[in-house]
Write a protein that binds this ligand. Structure first.
Ligand SMILES: Nc1ncnc2c1ncn2[C@@H]1O[C@H](COP(=O)(O)OP(=O)(O)OP(=O)(O)O)[C@@H](O)[C@H]1O
Ligand SMILES: [Mg+2]
Length: 442
């Protein structure tokens, strides 16, 4: 099936989107074309992304879903997709979901027509009031009302991603994350504490706060949206690309080849493609210069260390991304860290969702090949070696940071959890989580 849809963009400093061009998608061939609008080119507006340079000719993309990485992130997540399917009472494919979803997706791109209903953002007060009415008999008539009810009642959401909504307070936009059934009621407190602890470890993390829902209900987490900027005229947006989209993980290698290589290498090519190592090298094209690329690789390594130290194994490629800080110059940086979660655990070695070190097969002696190796597990030796090999640190600095982060966390985790209002007994359940033999805090 071939479909054409307009692509709108919010340019820096502007609260209203403009037409940047048209995207033609061929779902059978799994390919697409993006054509910049003549008026966009004539006005000398900036390119949308490094892989979408300003050209009169259409730009082509093939493989995977056949959709440019930047466009992929404008769409709904699993929960949003589920809400869309339920509202339309039919399945929607990836492309259609992008063109029909609410326009609260991450980044500065909108696919399809822009309508008032797609654009609607509730204030915190309006959310509370609407929720009250919906729970007292009013039927959910619009998509937004449906999402409000679902976010809190959580009866219908799918597992995996949490119900969430964008809400505004004093014109500033926040992402409200609601715990699912089965989640600990303290999850928002823990996530909030981890964002602040990350900051204390020298990581750029999102600003979060725990939001007690009225009526003695459970709490939600509010995180300030890093891709929105409040102007006097409204809200502007910044470009965003997830690591998942940047690494083109929609086009992972063929399964059969994967299995074959797994038996010889001990890891699959897909695992290498989906690693921190690939992210560190592939983001070079987006950083707009060697110095920035070096700084972002270092920041990425600090996040790896932090995730290992707090045992956050949910650090998958959609939990990392880049934000555009200068569209004209195409300068992208790691977005503030988000979705940093930890759980009470029995003592064990942390393992990440993406490998952070790749050891190439080395020649030993004349013919013997030492096997290649990918590393997911916490080990001081691997972390420090990786810092030097992939993330622009030297050994001494890497060792110092590791000591600093481990000591900061060991000293302060209780304080951060308690500051969010968690009772002592609940805080105590995290004792094993933050006790690592491998990190050797000073
Ligand atoms: N502060 C923020 N500003 C803008 N966008 C954000 C922010 N935090 C998260 N996002 C976007 O929203 C998506 C969902 O957020 P988050 O990862 O926190 O939710 P989640 O439901 O816990 O995800 P997961 O599926 O990983 O469990 C992210 O992948 C990211 O694209
Ligand atoms: Mg996430």
């Amino acid at each position: 099936m071939i479909r054409n849809e307009p692509i709108h963009v919010w340019l820096p400093g502007r609260a209203t989107p403009i037409l940047s061009g048209e995207f033609t998608h061929n779902s059978t061939a799994r390919s697409g074309y993006f054509q910049y609008a003549p008026a966009y080119l004539a006005s000398r507006h900036p390119p949308l992304a490094p892989d979408l340079p300003l050209r009169r000719q259409a730009l082509h993309i093939a493989g995977g879903l056949g959709i440019f990485p930047l466009f992929l992130d404008a769409g709904p997540d699993v929960w949003g997709r589920h809400m869309l399917t339920r509202r339309l009472e039919r399945e929607v494919d990836e492309f259609e979901a992008l063109t029909l979803c609410p326009l609260d997706g991450v980044g500065n791109i909108a696919l399809g027509e822009i309508t008032g209903e797609r654009e609607a953002v509730l204030s915190l007060e309006a959310f509370v009031e609407l929720l009250h009415r919906l729970e007292h008999g009013q039927k959910a008539a619009t998509d937004l009302e449906d999402r409000v009810l679902d976010a809190v009642q959580k009866g219908t959401s799918l597992g995996g991603t949490k119900p969430k909504l964008t809400l505004s307070r004093n014109e500033v936009q926040y992402l409200a994350k609601f715990p699912e059934p089965g989640d600990s009621p303290w999850l928002p407190h823990v996530e909030c504490a981890m964002l602040k602890l990350a900051n204390a470890c020298g990581i750029r993390a999102c600003e979060g706060e725990v939001w007690p829902l009225p009526g003695g209900r459970r709490t939600a987490l509010l995180v300030k949206r890093f891709d929105r900027e409040t102007l006097s005229a409204g809200v502007a947006r910044k470009g965003y690309v997830s690591a998942h989209a940047l690494l083109r993980l929609d086009m992972l290698p063929h399964e059969k080849a994967d299995v074959l290589l797994y038996t010889t290498l001990g890891f699959t090519p897909a695992a290498l493609k989906k690693s921190y190592v690939s992210l560190a090298s592939d983001m070079a094209r987006w950083c707009g210069g060697q110095e920035a690329h070096r700084e972002e690789r270092r920041e990425l390594w600090r996040r790896i260390v932090f995730n290992l130290l707090i045992g956050n194994g949910d650090d998958h490629p959609k939990n990392h991304g880049l934000i555009c800080i200068d569209m004209e110059q195409q300068q992208w940086r790691l977005s503030p860290a988000f979705d940093l979660v930890t759980h009470p655990i029995a003592r064990q070695e942390p393992v990440l969702a993406m490998a952070y070190r790749y050891v190439k097969p080395a020649r030993r002696g004349r013919s013997q090949e030492a096997a290649a190796r990918l590393v997911w597990k916490a080990s001081v030796e691997d972390i420090v070696a990786a810092a030097v090999e992939h993330y622009a640190y030297d050994t001494v600095e890497a060792g110092e940071y590791l000591q600093f982060a481990a000591a900061t966390i060991a000293r302060r985790w209780r304080e951060f959890l308690a500051a969010e209002g968690m009772p002592e007994e609940e805080v105590g359940r995290y004792e094993n989580t933050f006790k690592h033999g491998w990190a050797n805090p000073a």
